[in-house]
Design a protein around this ligand. Structure first.
Ligand SMILES: [Zn+2]
Length: 292
């Protein structure tokens, strides 16, 4: 057993949970925090190793997420369906602090599909991603304001009204550093939306070590509700709203999948979660609190 600490709650000792090979046969070790229940790959994979995985394989070969071709219309439509659903459920369309639109940044924007959507709504939308393949596609094919860079190293001249991280925080070695920088880059009444897989869900507990999101080493952190809230609080944010969705049961589009997804949202058992957060020193305005 190795001695690490939990990036979410600060628990000084986390426990070895199990090991899993990547699709290239390298073995990665997943550890679990005895306090908040969040899990992570330890030791953290190096930047060079991750770059290799992303550039060569992630968006163009089949993964456990089923992305056999990330740039296809089928995938684009499915991604759009999910983020529109997420926006509605997190209260984006009724949030008065976002009614005047403004500047938006999508961190880990991939091919820019969400940036394109926000632009179509009238926002001054931009994106950043470390993948050249994706950002080239976003700039050249979709004509978007998207850059290829490490967000932690990129200095912006202005602040954003909305920053989003759709299914990207689990890919970061140091999500705490990202949250800290987002605090600097967000306006005082700005919102941060995060979506990520949820490690303390009913459907994850059923699937156990065969859970669909144990995609190593791209997915480094597997957050629980307690864990993600703790990570945000320890880095200057309050959770405004949180909801869960998704089951992974049955084939996509099947009756079983639709029924399980319905149940997942209804009883908050989903293995994905979406969080709306704002800077801690800003008084909470939303009456709608998270589901726990
Ligand atoms: Zn913890």
């Amino acid at each position: 057993m190795d001695n690490y600490s939990c990036i979410c709650c600060g628990e000084p000792r986390i426990n070895y949970f199990f090991s899993k090979p990547s699709r290239f046969g390298e073995i990665f070790h997943i550890h679990k925090c005895p306090n908040c229940g969040s899990e992570s790959i330890q030791p953290l994979p190096s930047d060079d190793m991750l770059k290799d995985y992303y550039e060569k394989a992630y968006f163009t070969t089949r993964t456990e997420r089923g992305y056999d071709n990330y740039f296809s219309n089928r995938i684009k439509n499915e991604i759009e369906r999910v983020f529109k659903m997420n926006l509605k459920d997190i209260g984006f369309f009724s949030d008065i602090t976002l009614a005047n639109k403004g500047l938006h940044l999508d961190i880990g924007c991939a091919a820019g599909y969400f940036t394109a959507y926000m632009k179509s709504l009238g926002w001054n939308a931009s994106g950043i991603d470390i993948s050249h393949i994706c950002t080239d596609f976003a700039r050249k094919k979709l004509k978007l304001n998207v850059i290829c860079d490490d967000y932690l190293k990129h200095e912006y001249k202005h602040k954003f009204n909305l920053i989003t991280m759709w299914a990207s925080i689990e890919h970061l070695s140091r999500p705490d550093n990202f949250i800290n920088k987002i605090k600097r880059d967000l306006t005082d009444d700005g919102k941060l939306y995060i979506s990520t897989c949820r490690a303390d869900s009913f459907f994850k507990n059923v699937a156990r070590k065969r859970w669909r999101y144990y995609n190593v080493p791209e997915h480094i952190h597997y957050f629980t509700i307690t864990g993600i809230k703790s990570l945000l609080e320890r880095n200057g944010f309050n959770t405004v709203k949180l909801f869960c969705y998704g089951s992974g049961f049955g084939k996509p589009g099947s009756f079983i999948r639709r029924s399980a997804d319905f149940l997942a949202k209804k009883i908050s058992a989903g293995d994905m979660m979406v969080i709306s957060a704002q800077k801690a020193r800003v008084e909470k305005r939303d009456a709608n609190y998270f589901i726990d």
